[in-house]
Design a protein around this ligand. Structure first.
Ligand SMILES: NC(=O)c1ccc[n+]([C@@H]2O[C@H](COP(=O)([O-])OP(=O)(O)OC[C@H]3O[C@@H](n4cnc5c(N)ncnc54)[C@H](O)[C@@H]3O)[C@@H](O)[C@H]2O)c1
Length: 291
């Protein structure tokens, strides 16, 4: 299959490029930034340059639209206009060009931030999802919408100065970027095996949790962090050594809902975090690609 990625040089796009190439698919990556992996055709350009999009899209089977300003960019000085330009106009540009190029399959990376209906980021993703549904309806395009929760990877040093900072955040409940990558691949496979189970389905993407429902409900029942201790007691000393708080309870999204995407099985849980901490310490694991 021939995939056209927007934002393929970012955190999610890099892993997706690597995975698609590894399984023999062809990848074109439209991104202002240079790629982190080799093997894809890189178009150093902007989604906002709409005149260039139709020719670039020609000959592809599937678009995976990833590029967007998101949560971390709200704090990094991006204005509401920046968000509207890239997220709303950029999404319109790629949908319109995809329809014009008769692209049949489209994966849109939304976000659980749609829950923040009146936030700058959340409202752009709500508009984007509506636009995707309209293009699916008008142009017979097959669209899958994924709503991952936060997934900034531990090796993103622009956001986390070390693995400990990332671990503090992940413990509150999150999805690992490798699981988001698995979800995008599952969405691509769902499109390839058309027809879709419903028109423009939306799938929430959460991570893996080892805790049972009872352990989550009775988190501190036998003393602060007792559910953590019951599962991962062997790692308590390691956690203390790095100043990590075992009483921090994860907020788990509705699991039946979060795992509805056919073929998606999240893998990275607290157990993996602890094993990474034991093996790599505060430096954390390296990115799973040669940067
Ligand atoms: N990171 C998260 O925690 C998170 C959570 C939920 C949803 N999402 C969504 O997932 C998607 C990917 O997130 P990510 O963390 O990989 O993002 P990222 O910031 O790592 O990558 C985004 C990429 O888009 C590129 N880009 C920016 N402007 C562009 C333009 N005008 N034209 C072409 N490319 C442009 C950037 O250069 C970058 O490589 C986004 O749509 C985001 O809203 C992210």
């Amino acid at each position: 299959m021939r995939y056209f990625l927007t934002g393929g040089s970012g955190d999610a796009g890099t892993l997706l490029t690597q995975s698609l190439l590894a399984r023999g698919d062809a990848v074109t990556n439209l991104d202002l930034a240079p790629p982190n992996v080799t093997g894809a055709v890189h178009i150093a350009g902007s989604l906002l340059d709409h005149d260039a999009l139709p020719a670039a899209l020609f000959g592809h089977d599937t678009v995976v639209h990833i590029a967007a300003w998101h949560g971390i960019h709200e704090q990094a000085g991006k204005t509401p206009r920046d968000f509207h330009d890239l997220n709303v106009t950029g999404t319109f540009n790629i949908l319109e060009a995809a329809a014009g190029a008769d692209i049949k399959n489209f994966v849109f990376i939304s976000s659980t931030s749609v829950e923040d209906r009146f936030g700058v980021y959340g409202h752009t993703k709500i508009l984007n999802e509506e636009m995707c549904r309209a293009y699916a309806q008008r142009h017979g395009m097959q669209v899958v919408i994924l709503r991952p929760r936060a997934f900034v990877p531990p090796w993103n040093r622009a956001v986390y100065s070390d693995f400990i900072g990332w671990a503090q955040w992940f413990m509150k409940g999150a999805v690992h970027v490798t699981d988001v990558n698995a979800a995008i691949l599952a969405a691509c496979d769902l499109l390839a095996a058309a027809p879709l189970p419903e028109a423009a389905p939306v799938y929430v993407i959460d991570g893996a949790y080892d805790y049972s429902a009872a352990e989550l409900a009775n988190w501190d029942a036998a003393g602060a962090g007792s559910s953590f201790r019951a599962r991962y007691g062997d790692f308590e000393g390691l956690m203390a050594q790095h100043g990590l708080d075992i009483t921090r309870k994860p907020r788990v999204l509705c699991i039946p809902d979060a795992q509805r995407l056919p073929g998606y099985v999240p893998r990275y849980s607290m157990q993996n975090l602890l094993e990474d901490l034991q093996r790599y310490g505060a430096a954390g694991p390296p990115p799973p690609y040669a940067a």
